[in-house]
Ligand binder design. Structure first.
Ligand code: ATP
Ligand code: ZN
Length: 286
């Protein structure tokens, strides 16, 4: 029987869609139509287990699953023996301390002697120790944001992405403890066959991630501007230049990074580029 790599993915929740989308972009067909616990992929040697995100680090440590897609926040909190090997680019959030908006507490030091509600007691107690703050930690598993209002705690330590939940509950963020996104974790003792499957999965994931961070750009330029335009466009090796039917003009093709995208486009325009087209890249293999 051919070996398969068992991947643990969140069954439902904020990481589910990102995880399934990533597998799909990697060309791996997993249909979870019937809400099954276990699905074997049609065209790649993987088997997907759908689990609660909190359980994923332990299952990977104990080799119930070989790898998992889970938030860095959960990996840090559970503190299991697993390797985090690749950030996945979705599920971005931060673990922050927040206090009532109109209360007397303003900064970290004001938490001295106070009570903090959280679902992250391990991360929080390490953080407080490091900052020399003594506070009581009250562990609750959900709806942490309502704790101050109902008198359960003075402050909270919870996940934040847009900040709208804090706003609705009249809380303000005073300190970020940890920034997080979904990561790929792996069991520490994978067999050789499983390692090979993981390598080819990682190759696909990295190609998808690279493609997302880059755009293909096509533009027209007068030949006397080519040198300066090519200086602005590094490309993967160097830009491709093709002559246009109109004499004295060329078409330039290259790849640019999402991070400095708008600056580069502006520079290209001011240096004589015309008819600029930006095209998304599906996969990028360097
Ligand atoms: P489960 O039933 O699987 O235990 P859950 O209620 O613990 O689900 P979700 O709220 O679905 O979990 O969040 C899963 C993960 O999504 C978090 O651990 C975190 O990594 C990430 N995440 C991203 N943004 C946020 C956010 N604003 N609030 C909470 N989690 C977020
Ligand atoms: Zn959870």
């Amino acid at each position: 029987m051919q070996e398969t790599l068992r991947i643990a993915v969140q069954k439902s929740g904020r990481l589910y869609e990102g995880s399934m989308k990533l597998l799909k972009e990697c060309g791996i067909e997993v249909s979870n139509g019937n809400n099954q616990l276990r699905v074997i992929a049609a065209n790649f040697p993987v088997e997907v287990f759908f689990l609660r995100d909190d359980d994923i680090p332990e299952y990977v440590q104990d080799a119930v699953a070989d790898i998992g897609f889970v938030g860095e926040n959960v990996v840090s909190e559970k503190n299991k023996e697993v390797d985090s090997i690749e950030k996945l680019g979705f599920g971005k959030c931060r673990l922050s301390l927040a206090v009532p908006k109109n209360g007397s507490m303003q900064s970290l030091n004001d938490l001295q002697g106070k009570k903090i509600a959280t679902s992250y007691p391990f991360i929080l107690s390490n953080f407080l120790k490091e900052k020399n703050i003594t506070a009581a930690i009250h562990e609750i598993s959900g709806s942490v944001e309502i704790a101050p209002k109902i008198g359960l705690a003075d402050a909270i330590c919870d996940l934040v992405s847009s900040g709208s939940t804090l706003f609705t509950n009249e809380l303000k963020e005073i300190e970020t403890i940890l920034s997080s996104e979904a990561v790929l974790i792996k069991n520490k003792n994978l067999a050789a066959g499983k390692k090979n499957i993981l390598e080819s999965l990682l190759f696909r994931i990295r190609s998808v991630k690279k493609a997302k961070n880059n755009k293909y750009v096509l533009l027209n330029a007068p030949n006397d501007k080519l040198e300066v335009i090519c200086g602005i466009l590094p490309g993967m090796k160097s830009p491709t230049i093709l002559p246009l039917a109109e004499p004295g003009w060329s078409s330039v093709h290259s790849v640019i990074n999402e991070a400095d995208f708008w600056n580069v486009i502006e520079l290209l325009k001011t240096n004589g580029a015309q008819g600029i087209l930006i095209i998304p890249i599906e996969k990028m293999i360097i």
